[in-house]
Write a protein of this length. Sequence first.
Length: 134
Amino acid sequence: MTTSGTAAGRRAGAFIATKEHRRFVEFASAVRREGHSFATPPPRPGRDVTLADLYQDGMLPPGTMLTATVNGVHLRAVTTFGGMVVEGGWPEYDHPSPAARIPSGAAGVNGWTAWKLPDGRSLDDLRKQYRREH
């Protein structure tokens, strides 16, 4: 499913138009320049919902800003089609749990519930919506 940037932004709350997100836009641009994937990975049938499923459906477009607070550590990330890149020089993660656990140093973190969209919904909320619609 192809979604325009404006429609995808309205759907995921990710359309970046405010001054406060300028730094994050610059971060996302740097992620792209560093060669992280913005290409859609092939579907893998017979498994649980992945970040790639949310991207492919237009629910979580690349460049979406995510935030999490884990054990008092505030994290920010930007999505790519290959996963997500956490601010601070961390590698690209294809699953939200290690993307929250490793940079924060916390064990047993559920990244699906920890990472939040700009509108306050969690990645788990999107995952549940995807399951209802598919």
